[in-house]
Design a protein around this ligand. Structure first.
Ligand SMILES: NC(=O)c1ccc[n+]([C@@H]2O[C@H](COP(=O)([O-])OP(=O)(O)OC[C@H]3O[C@@H](n4cnc5c(N)ncnc54)[C@H](OP(=O)(O)O)[C@@H]3O)[C@@H](O)[C@H]2O)c1
Length: 223
């Protein structure tokens, strides 16, 4: 049995990963902005965490104390401004929210819970990125989201180098185009299938694979 902390577990892929990990017997610390409204069975442990909030990060770190975490899944994310260069919804506030959530939120979550990962026998970290992070698959539009996910993947590549001496493995994953509020109803993959694929990928994450950028169904992606 592992202890798994998941961010953005209120709905979508994060909620599905929490449900499936708990069902297989893992100890799940499901974190979310508003625990009262989360779409999760009551038996799953819930904690409040807005990944953009310094006070929130510190509060949860205090609540967890030195409890070991075997797997930290940085899943919380936003997708704003889905048009091209002229999309006026992609304003300064949207850029700020996107970068703070998808990039700084990932960085601070990892830094905050690193002591808990260090306390585990072989702590590991999974960052939910996107294939839109890939500069080799640059087909235009979605500027803030693409830039934020590229930055999140870049964090993974650099953290892999820094955390290698400590034996903490880290990787970035594309979860597929998934049927969630973000992906929409016509997406190709169910949240259940994506979560199952991702959890099995995280099981296979070892130091041999640290710094990887892969898909939910086991393929390598170009940076
Ligand atoms: N769906 C896709 O096709 C797809 C494709 C590629 C990558 N992804 C990535 O997969 C991850 C999960 O996406 P999803 O499809 O499950 O999206 P979703 O259904 O929109 O869920 C997003 C989750 O992130 C949480 N969140 C947003 N801002 C947060 C913050 N500041 N602090 C804490 N939680 C926050 C949301 O919480 P609230 O309920 O409080 O809003 C929600 O739980 C994201 O990183 C996304 O970028 C998704």
């Amino acid at each position: 049995m592992s202890t798994i902390l998941i961010t953005g577990a209120s709905r979508g892929i994060g909620a599905q990963m929490a449900i499936q990990a708990a069902a297989r017997g893992d100890d799940v610390i499901a974190t979310m902005r508003e625990p009262a409204t989360a779409d999760l069975p009551d038996r799953i442990e819930r904690h409040r965490l807005d990944v953009k909030s310094e006070a929130g990060q510190l509060q949860l770190a205090m609540e967890l104390g030195n409890r070991p975490i075997d797997l930290l899944i940085c899943n919380a994310g936003v997708f704003q401004g889905r048009g091209g260069i002229d999309d006026s919804s992609l304003d300064f506030a949207a850029w700020e929210n996107t970068l703070m959530t998808n990039v700084a939120g990932v960085f601070f979550t990892i830094r905050t819970f690193l002591p808990n990962l260090r306390a585990a026998e072989a702590g590991k970290i999974a960052v939910i990125s996107s294939q839109m992070a890939s500069s080799q698959q640059a087909s235009g539009q979605h500027y803030a989201y693409r830039a934020s996910k590229a930055a999140a993947s870049n964090l993974v590549f650099n953290l892999a180098a820094d955390l290698k001496p400590e034996g903490i493995a880290i990787g970035a994953w594309h979860p597929g185009w998934v049927q969630t509020d973000m992906g929409g109803a016509s997406a190709a993959v169910t949240a259940q299938d994506s979560a199952a694929g991702l959890l099995s990928e995280f099981n296979a994450l070892t130091m041999a694979r640290t710094g990887c950028f892969r898909t939910w169904d086991g393929k390598d992606l170009p940076a």
